[in-house]
Design a protein around this ligand. Sequence first.
Ligand SMILES: [Zn+2]
Ligand SMILES: [Zn+2]
Length: 244
Amino acid sequence: MKIVSRERWFEVQRRDLGISLIHEPYIRPFYRCNLWHVRGSARDLLIDSGSGLVSLREQLPWLTERPLLAVASHTHFDHIAGHHEFPERLVHPAEADILAAPTAASTLAADCVGDAMFEAHPDCPLCYAEYRVKAAPATRLIEEGDVLDLGDRVLEVLHTPGHSPGGISLWEKATQTLFSGDILYDGPLVENAYHSNLEDYARSLLRLRDLPVRIVRGGHFPSFSGERMVELIDRWLREHPGLR
Ligand SMILES: [Zn+2]
Ligand SMILES: [Zn+2]
């Protein structure tokens, strides 16, 4: 396995509207979480925190130069393993227990973490030998309808279970931007995790379909338009007859 230095583990790509994508390019696409950083006038938002193999705070110290809300779209290991590094941690109550006391089974790390996940390893051998998702008890629980106020912009919490029971999406109405976590992205969706629920999945997708979305920024794979969102949802519903 190729080894890369920790300094090169994360990549930051600026998008429009004060939004940046942070990701781990040496993790293969299906396992590579999109971390979304949203800049606000009073505080910033970090949606998900990645695999935790390399310290986000050490490599990207600018993240904590301003107040930061670290939100978990849900609690699979690829989305929350960096949360313990941040003082303000937000999650839906249905997955608060997992964030507070994560296990390899409850976060899916047991099923996924292995050589197949990587193009390269970071230069810290113990990352693997001692890999575990660290506890990061929530400091705030967020539910349907709650608002995350960043000062000059607000995002609304939509409870979108199905992939997992406490999955949330964040909707910025003013920019018609949907951060969808793992309920919807343009790649193979996971609807058979131990705590997935197909009826919830269908309901969540039907609900997202009604939003006037301009762009979807999901938990994995590239962002896509609202038209593509409708296509993906309709295809999913066709492939799962009897759920609507
Ligand atoms: Zn997931
Ligand atoms: Zn994921």
